[in-house]
Design a protein around this ligand. Structure first.
Ligand code: NDP
Ligand code: 8X3
Length: 253
């Protein structure tokens, strides 16, 4: 039986790589993101290449009503979700607490914490009703250790860590698996978004060492999702060999 997988933030990076990886397994996909053109392009190419069924849902996870409208209206096979990958997220800015932009903070907290909660609030009851499901949250090494000028992003990922642990407790009696994957530096659009389109600054983040790829993380998520029913990975930290902690790199510049 093929699974139904809901991936938030599938228009880029880790979410997109997950969509491709699971499509290769013939899974049915629900893909979400704000950029409709990218969603549609991806859906079309996956349908063509793998013959999989894809439902594209174009909404902002910060918009509570939009989340309800799109995910509350799922019917039939599309409501029978086996795996939710809570991936949509971002860092906005790189600033100290004394100098940071409060708008950046709102965006990170609203997306990474509240957005993840809104989506989970809609999907967890469906999983409970069907008696099975697996929620995989994308946390970060930034949710394990803080680094200078990353305080609020780190706080959102520490929150994801806490929410993951809480979900596992709350959903224990219903047999719903809850996992977290915490990557170190992955070269995606993440840094371009963080530095608001400044490509030079963004590229500088990955200079002098070999970062992870989105496919590396998609592979980890795919592995976690395919383990036997009685086995769960609670938490998986995946790092580039050249990165020991958020701020400690072996860079050959
Ligand atoms: P990308 O910027 O490449 O992808 C981010 C995805 O999130 C996009 O698909 C984007 O879609 C979506 N997204 C962002 N904001 C919203 C929103 N408000 N509503 C809906 N979708 C949204 O970055 P990554 O693939 O690297 O990031 C994916 C996850 O991995 C994030 O949670 C990030 O924090 C985490 N992570 C990343 C690391 C890295 O080094 N890259 C390391 C550790 C964790 P769209 O813009 O179309 O809405
Ligand atoms: C992204 C990794 O170290 O840039 O979550 O914050 S880091």
């Amino acid at each position: 039986m093929h699974r139904t997988i809901l991936i938030t933030g599938a228009t880029s990076g880790i979410g997109r790589a997950c969509a491709i990886k699971f499509a290769g397994d013939n899974d049915r996909l629900i893909l979400t993101g704000r950029r409709a053109d990218r969603l549609n392009e991806l859906a079309e190419s996956l349908q063509k290449e793998f013959g999989v069924e894809v439902l594209s849902l174009n909404f902002d996870v910060r918009d509570k009503e939009a989340v309800k409208r799109h995910l509350g209206g799922l019917q039939g096979k599309w409501a029978s979700i086996d795996i939710l990958i809570n991936n949509a997220g971002l860092a906005a800015g790189f600033d100290s607490i004394q100098e940071g932009s409060t708008d950046d903070w709102d965006q990170m907290i609203d997306t990474n914490v509240k957005g993840l909660l809104y989506v989970s609030r809609m999907i967890a009851p469906l999983m409970i009703k069907q008696g099975r499901g697996h929620i995989i949250n994308v946390g970060s090494i930034a949710g394990k250790m803080v680094y200078p000028k990353g305080g609020v992003y780190c706080a959102t990922k520490f929150a994801v860590d806490a929410i993951t642990q809480s979900m596992r407790v709350d959903l224990l009696a219903d047999g719903i698996k809850v996992s977290q994957v915490c990557p170190g530096a992955v070269e995606t659009e993440f840094s371009v978004v963080r530095y608001k389109g400044n490509k030079e600054k963004a590229d500088g983040v990955y200079k002098g060492f070999q970062p992870l790829t989105a496919e590396d993380i998609a592979g980890s998520i795919y592995w976690i999702a395919g383990l036997p029913a009685h086995v769960n990975i609670n938490d998986l930290v995946v790092m580039p060999v050249a990165q020991a902690s958020p701020a400690y790199f072996n860079k050959k510049l």
